[in-house]
Each structure stands twice: as structure tokens, then as C-alpha cells.
Design a protein around this ligand. Structure first.
Ligand SMILES: Cc1cc2nc3c(=O)[nH]c(=O)nc-3n(C[C@H](O)[C@H](O)[C@H](O)COP(=O)(O)OP(=O)(O)OC[C@H]3O[C@@H](n4cnc5c(N)ncnc54)[C@H](O)[C@@H]3O)c2cc1C
Length: 465
């Protein structure tokens, strides 16, 4: 039997948040700042979801999920609230290499640099001028990202600019990702300006007018790694507001909402609590499995069809003199056309200090993704052998790594593929059918951590009405 453990009638009932990743924590943080009572239920034993850092005593610091974030103005404001100092990426990490014919070539960061870059042929460069002449365009149907970018810059930019970039962000397939849903700012830029280059210039000008730096946001982490962010968010929440190892049995819609939950370790008698609203900040599979209704209905069941390809993140430590490449960059992205094992390689110890012991360097090799999922699931030894061969040829890495740590994400990042509006519509319809239910996070609002922080803010604002 479940026991009723809280029904309020004088002050408003608390708001429930299910999921303690970045989205749920950001929602909780905002509700707490507004003085609104809430309860957060997280199924695991720790806050942060995908954001996880491991420190080893011998001086290695490993990010098993995200490695760095963009310091947008909204993120900077949140860090101030949390009293957290960002560690911005070293200037030495300025280059972003892209592999072309087996050589890492710095990616151009501006249109003038593009015109001088050896990464692209003369005919690819000529296409740039075509984009400048493009007129505003209101497409009536969605199109895949590869075709969208090809219509502005041609196929070579798709193969050696877009595809490696999409591997780095979504571990995705540019031929399947929806232009409208995966990069909504580009979609909007075309609608308003036609030319994507003119749109970028207009955005830089608007930023300057607001007193913001006109370039892209800087990249940051923290001295102790990215997990400092969820830890700080959780540490600022009121005592007793978060339940870890919580297993949600079901949600019953109504006014109030009823939630039955227990501890996954069996350490607590099953509980029933009542809430004025329920925020769901969960991955698609968890949303799909959640019973919402008196008869165990699963209105979000179809979200289980969202494609989340697997990714393997292989952290490798070497002595500095084992690597010939200067590692003077953020990392190296590998276009699928180059037919190599890695999706990309991050130069962690160049990006941030304190990631490797003195005299050593740290690299993270990502494999798998939408195009070659089987490479995420290879056994450790064959994967390491194949990665080692590529690193030897591409970065001049010799010998065995002195430190290895591998994380496999069986379902890494949702693909906002063509037709994704089917899932977004289902979420919207479910919210409408169940007043007080609010759904957000990486399934709906964008996949980056800054997107998820913004999603949490938005969910809290909606819950507060
Ligand atoms: C390998 C990898 C690399 C990435 N790299 C970057 C990067 O460099 N930069 C960047 O900005 N983003 C990156 N991302 C994306 C980013 O990490 C995620 O999109 C973001 O962290 C998602 O946050 P979230 O809160 O929406 O979801 P999640 O992190 O998935 O959190 C959901 C939480 O809900 C909990 N939960 C699940 N089911 C239940 C349930 N039934 N009841 C209660 N709780 C439940 C989970 O335990 C989890 O804590 C990366 C992601 C991966 C996987």
C-alpha cells in the first residue's frame, strides 16, 4: 500500500520535477530562487545526468560526457548566481582541425579565412559569392541539413565543413537531420536574410550594438571539470527538496497531480505525494515509459522511436613525447569521406589545464554515431588497435597510451531528423490533454547543455504561470 505523505491546503502545493539532469536542476534552481516549493525526483544516485567528471589521483581528469560548453550571456549570468568561475579554453586551443586527405588542416573561422584556406578548392570558394546573393526564402517543407547547406555553399562545404561539424555536435547524419529542427537559427537566418553569411554579419553587428563580443561565445569548463555545474546547482537547492534513487511508479493527472514513488534500493516505503504541476525533464526512453493516467496509460510511448545512436568516448593519456603533432587546437574532426575510425579527437590537455599530469597529454576519441554505430560497440581491444593506427597516421602518436578510460553511451544524443515534428506535436498534445504537465529538455529544446539550462528556466517560468 502507498501512504499519503503530503497534501497541502493553505500554501500552494509544490511543483514536481522528474529528472535531475541539467534541465531538471536548472528548473529547480529557478523555482528555488523564486521561493516556490518543489520536489525533484532523480532515478540515479547523483545530479547531472549526462554531465559527469572523473578525477584520478595520478592527475588525469576525464569528462565522460560533454567536455566543454559555450559561455553564452545566459550561462554567464547563471554562473554568477552560482558563484562559479568559468575556466575559459586556452588560446592555444584556437585551431579546430579538419582532416582532409589524411592531413589535419585548420578550419577557417571567417569568410576571408575560408577564401585562403587549403581545406577547400577554388570552386568551393567561388560558391561563397553565390550565397551572398541569396534572397530571403520561406521554405514550405523541411529539408535535410546536407541539402540545406548545399543550396548555399555546394557539396564540398557539406562534405568538409558541415559533415564533420555535425559529427562533433550530434554524432549525426547530415543527410537525415532536419534543417528546421537541428539548426533552427540557420533556418531562421535563411528566412530573414537569404544569405547565411549576411545573416552572420547582421548577428555580429546586433551583438556589438548590445555591447556583447561579436564572435562566437567562448568555450569553457571548470577547474574541477564540468560536473562542478550540476553539483553547484544541486548544492544551492533547499535541504530535503531532492530525492535520489527515486523510482516513479506512476503519475495521476488532476488538480492536484498525484505521484507514487519509491526508492530503487527498496530503502523507503512507497510514497504518494500531491503537486500543483509536474515538470518532466527526461530522455525520450524514460518519457515513453512513464505511466501517466489512472489506467497506466503511456501517452508519450511513441517517443521511444526517436533515434539516439550510440557513442563511445575513449580517453587516452600519453607522455608528451609520444605525440608528434603540436596539439595546438581544440581537436580534430574527421569527415566521413576520410573513412577513419574516429568521429573526432579532442585535445583535452590543450583545451584546459589540469587534465593530464605534468609531461603528459590527454586526448578523447569519439567513435560511433548515426553513420557508424557499430564502432561505438566494438570491444575495447579491437577498438584501441584501430584507433591507435589512425592516431599514429594522423597525429604521429607512437606506442601504447599510458592511461585509458572508456565510456560507452548506448543512447547518446537524440537526432532531430526529418519528421521530428511528429514527436514535438505529440509532446505538445500530451501537455494540452494533461493541464499542469510540462515537458522539456534535450528531447524538445535543443541538445546542448546551454540549451538545456534555458529549457529548465523556461519550464520553471511556465510552471509559475
Ligand atoms: C557523449 C556526449 C557528449 C556530449 N557533449 C556535449 C558538449 O560537449 N557540449 C554540450 O553542450 N552538450 C553535450 N552533450 C549533450 C548534453 O550533455 C545533453 O544534451 C544534456 O546534458 C542533457 O540534459 P538533460 O537534463 O536534458 O538530460 P539528461 O542529462 O539525460 O538527464 C536526465 C536525468 O533524468 C534521470 N532519469 C531518467 N529516467 C528517470 C525516471 N524515470 N525518473 C527519474 N529520473 C530519471 C537520469 O538519470 C538523468 O539524471 C553531450 C552528450 C553526450 C551523451
Amino acid at each position: 500500500m502507498y501512504s499519503v505523505c503530503s497534501v497541502g491546503n493553505s500554501s500552494p502545493l509544490p511543483i514536481a520535477i522528474i529528472g535531475g539532469g541539467i534541465t531538471g536542476l536548472a528548473a529547480a534552481h529557478r523555482l528555488a530562487r523564486q521561493g516556490r516549493a518543489f520536489r525533484l525526483f532523480e532515478s540515479s544516485a547523483r545530479p547531472g545526468g549526462n554531465v559527469r567528471t572523473e578525477r584520478h589521483d595520478d592527475g588525469w581528469l576525464i569528462e565522460t560526457g560533454p567536455n566543454s560548453l559555450q559561455l553564452t550571456p545566459a550561462v554567464a549570468a547563471l554562473l554568477e548566481e552560482l558563484n562559479l568561475s568559468p575556466l575559459t579554453a586556452s588560446p592555444a586551443a584556437k585551431n579546430r582541425y579538419i582532416l582532409r586527405r589524411g592531413c589535419p588542416v585548420p578550419a577557417p573561422a571567417s569568410p576571408p579565412a575560408f577564401l585562403k584556406s587549403p581545406l577547400f578548392t577554388f570552386s568551393a570558394k567561388l560558391r561563397l559569392f553565390g550565397d551572398l546573393l541569396a534572397r530571403p526564402r520561406n521554405r514550405t517543407t523541411d529539408v535535410c541539413l546536407a541539402d540545406f547547406i548545399a543550396s548555399h555553399f555546394g557539396r564540398e562545404v557539406v562534405d568538409y565543413g558541415l559533415r564533420p561539424f555535425v559529427s562533433g555536435v550530434y554524432a549525426g547524419d547530415a543527410q537525415k537531420l532536419s534543417a528546421r529542427h537541428s539548426f533552427p537559427t540557420l533556418w531562421e537566418a535563411e528566412r530573414r536574410h537569404g544569405s547565411l553569411i549576411r545573416a552572420q554579419l547582421a548577428s555580429a553587428k546586433a551583438k556589438r550594438a548590445r555591447g556583447e563580443p561579436s564572435g562566437p561565445p567562448s568555450i569553457f569548463s571548470f577547474t574541477d571539470g564540468l560536473e562542478a555545474l550540476p553539483h553547484a546547482l544541486a548544492a544551492h537547492l533547499p535541504a530535503g527538496s531532492v530525492e535520489f534513487n527515486a523510482r516513479i511508479a506512476d503519475l495521476t493527472p488532476g488538480n492536484p497531480w498525484k505521484i507514487r514513488w519509491s526508492r530503487s534500493d527498496g530503502g523507503l516505503a512507497p510514497q504518494t505525494e500531491f503537486f500543483s504541476a509536474v515538470i518532466l525533464a527526461l530522455p525520450a526512453a524514460a518519457l515513453a515509459a512513464l505511466p501517466i493516467g489512472t489506467m497506466g496509460e503511456r501517452p508519450l510511448a511513441d517517443l521511444a522511436e526517436i533515434n539516439y545512436p550510440p557513442v563511445s568516448s575513449l580517453f587516452l593519456g600519453y607522455k608528451r613525447d609520444q605525440v608528434r603533432h603540436p596539439l595546438d587546437g581544440f581537436g580534430m574532426l574527421v569527415p566521413p569521406a576520410e573513412n577513419r575510425v574516429p568521429l573526432g579527437v579532442l585535445f583535452n590537455s590543450t583545451l584546459f589545464p589540469g587534465r593530464a599530469p605534468a609531461g603528459h597529454v590527454a586526448l578523447t576519441v569519439m567513435t560511433g554515431g548515426a553513420l557508424r554505430p557499430e564502432l561505438a560497440h566494438l570491444e575495447d581491444d579491437p577498438l584501441l588497435t584501430r584507433v591507435r593506427n589512425d592516431l599514429a597516421e594522423l597525429l604521429g602518436v607512437s606506442g601504447d597510451p599510458v592511461f585509458v578510460r572508456r565510456t560507452v553511451w548506448p543512447r547518446a544524443i537524440p537526432q532531430y531528423n526529418l519528421g521530428y515534428e511528429r514527436f514535438l506535436d505529440l509532446i505538445a498534445r500530451t501537455e494540452t490533454a494533461h493541464p499542469g504537465l510540462l515537458v522539456g529538455g534535450h528531447v524538445r529544446d535543443g541538445i546542448s547543455v546551454p540549451n538545456c539550462l534555458a529549457a529548465g528556466e523556461k519550464l520553471a517560468a511556465r510552471a509559475l504561470g
